[in-house]
Design a protein around this ligand. Structure first.
Ligand SMILES: Nc1ncnc2c1ncn2[C@@H]1O[C@H](COP(=O)(O)OP(=O)(O)O)[C@@H](O)[C@H]1O
Ligand SMILES: CC(C)(COP(=O)(O)O)[C@@H](O)C(=O)NCCC(=O)O
Length: 398
């Protein structure tokens, strides 16, 4: 395969440092993954983990924007000259039309906008394909990518490359896709639900009037769902229903308390509403995931998508649901780069055009440019790794 042609900025003889950008344009968020080459100035010849012969060393960067703010994203790409890293078509190198790999519904919806504003074509990659490629890549190549989260305890999972498949990938984006993964490129989307991250954000916005997703998430941390949820004990006079395994504190009916008095929405605290909503949706997704894992005899469930956002209450609720329904048989696992599976998959698809292989030789946490973060006022309980991380890696040219 031919080496990909470097596209040079402004006719400058030095190749630009940013190369290869891929996008996942979803219903709620646009995710960007791009590779920047090491300049060579800071290379340490003694550091073998960074310097790998024949590979192009550099860093993978992650950034995201709200889809409703797509113009900010276009501006970011343009200001940082990320699109010069697009490929030129190998079949017709005289055609100087470069393209960016893109996945998600927005790759179709905003195709004309990218053409008009940046003069760039979006080369579409299938969303499910990209999610699976991204998940497999992260699970195999990145240390400390997957972890369990139960009772506030995060535990990294050692992935055995020879015993990774089959697993269930549950991507909680605006909606939810459940994919049975049997190998590289071998998968089947077995289920889905429209009650997902968009539901939490959309309903939460209507019910609490909050202005950002982070505000809604932050509210949930201070809330008490028992104010609104009807518990088993509310129905059973404070007693457990032990015969069917339900304790008095288990939720019998999400939001069920709201029917039993004359309260209006404004009588409830937004934080309590947010907490009940988050719990209801997380619990529901955990339960449907388990049922699908059961359908196919899968023991491992990996959760991706930006709904979880490394948020402890969300992950805890999902884990408890999977644990409870499977009686401890199935395991819920989360990914540090949860929201970037699709974008990573699209990035990896350049491979088919000439990029040989991508190797992550160490995973480090270094802040990306502040401009790449759209979230301003949010202090997550857990550090939000997706906001501030890039990883050292090598791209091997075929
Ligand atoms: N800053 C944010 N703004 C909006 N939604 C966010 C944000 N961070 C996390 N989310 C949640 O993540 C969901 C989108 O997840 P994502 O995996 O990006 O899906 P999609 O591809 O559909 O955009 C949203 O519906 C919302 O629940
Ligand atoms: C249509 C989608 C694949 C789009 O992906 P998203 O932007 O939500 O990440 C997803 O929203 C979905 O799987 N929705 C659930 C549809 C259903 O199975 O009922």
């Amino acid at each position: 395969m031919d080496r990909p042609r470097e596209i040079e900025a402004d006719g400058n003889s030095n190749p630009i440092q940013i190369s290869r950008l891929a996008l996942d344009i979803g219903g709620s968020l646009i995710k960007l993954v791009y590779f920047s080459r090491d300049s060579g100035d800071h290379e340490d010849p003694l550091n073998d983990s960074v310097r790998i012969s024949n590979g192009v060393n550099g860093r993978l960067h992650f950034a995201k924007f709200e889809t409703t703010n797509i113009n900010d994203c276009l501006q970011f790409i343009s200001a940082n000259k990320l699109f010069f890293g697009g490929f030129q078509h190998q079949e017709n190198p005289t055609n100087d039309r470069s393209f960016i790999k893109a996945t998600g519904g927005g790759a179709y919806k905003f195709s004309d906008l990218f053409k008009e504003k940046l003069g760039i074509s979006l080369e579409k990659e299938d969303e499910m394909d990209c999610l699976v490629t991204g998940a497999n890549f992260l699970l195999k190549a990145v240390n400390h990518e997957a972890f369990t989260y139960l009772n506030g305890q995060k535990e990294f999972v050692q992935i055995d490359h020879n015993d990774l498949y089959p697993y269930l990938l549950v991507n909680i984006g605006s909606g939810v896709s459940m994919i049975k993964v049997d190998g590289d490129g071998k998968f089947e989307r077995v289920s889905g639900t429209s009650v997902g991250g968009g539901t939490f954000w959309g309903l939460g916005k209507l019910l609490t009037k909050c202005q950002s997703f982070d505000e809604l998430l932050e509210l949930s941390q201070r809330g008490n769902n028992r104010v609104i949820d009807m518990l088993v004990g509310d129905i059973y006079g404070g007693m457990d229903y032990s015969k069917i395994g339900l304790s008095s504190t288990a939720i019998a009916s999400s939001f069920g308390r709201a029917i039993s008095n004359s309260n209006e929405l404004h009588d409830y605290k937004p934080e309590d509403v947010s907490r009940s909503l988050l719990r209801m949706i997380s619990n529901n997704i955990g339960q449907i995931s388990y049922l699908n894992a059961l359908r196919f005899g899968l023991k491992r469930i990996f959760f991706g998508g930006f709904f979880t956002r490394g948020h402890s209450y969300t992950m805890d609720t999902i884990s408890v649901a999977v644990h409870f329904w499977s009686k401890g048989e199935a395991k819920a696992m989360f990914l540090r780069h949860e929201g970037f599976l699709g974008a990573l998959g699209a990035f990896m698809s350049y491979e088919r055009h000439s990029l040989g292989d991508l190797m992550v030789n160490q995973s480090v946490q270094i802040p990306v440019d502040a401009s790449s973060s759209t979230d301003t006022n949010y202090n997550p309980p857990e550090r939000d790794l997706n906001e501030t991380e890039s990883m050292q890696c090598s791209v091997y040219q075929a």
